[in-house]
Design a protein around this ligand. Structure first.
Ligand code: ZN
Ligand code: ZN
Length: 114
């Protein structure tokens, strides 16, 4: 499944805006060490000048660990119809740790969410 708590990476390469040449060795740019550092660079590939600026961003994702803490999952039941094949899909997701279980019917008296 793998859609829980993943941290994405983006823009981690220097790319020439003219020829799209990518520079793998970003750490070789000594002027770029701290957040908002900028430098000008002449592209090795097409010879045009461009500006590089560094932005450092940290992204944290946290989620509970129900199993490790030996706490009850807090289930949120869902049910919807898939658009591609019209199949009914239902199950539950833990609001604390993000675990999914499919094909689990909601117990009586629980509010069903779309
Ligand atoms: Zn270039
Ligand atoms: Zn849980």
């Amino acid at each position: 499944m793998g859609f829980n708590g993943e941290v994405e990476e983006f823009g981690n390469k220097i790319k020439c805006p003219y020829c799209q040449n990518e520079y793998e060795n970003s750490w070789e740019f000594e002027e770029l060490r701290n957040d908002d550092d900028t430098t000008e660079y002449e592209c090795d590939e097409c010879g045009k000048n461009f500006n590089i600026s560094l932005s450092v961003s940290y992204e944290y994702t946290t989620k509970g660990l129900c199993k490790e803490n030996k706490t009850e999952h807090k289930w949120d039941y869902f049910s919807h119809t898939r658009e591609d094949n019209g199949e009914r899909c239902f199950g539950r997701k833990c609001l604390v740790c993000g675990e999914y279980e499919f094909n689990v019917e909601k117990p009586d008296g629980e509010e069903l969410k779309k």
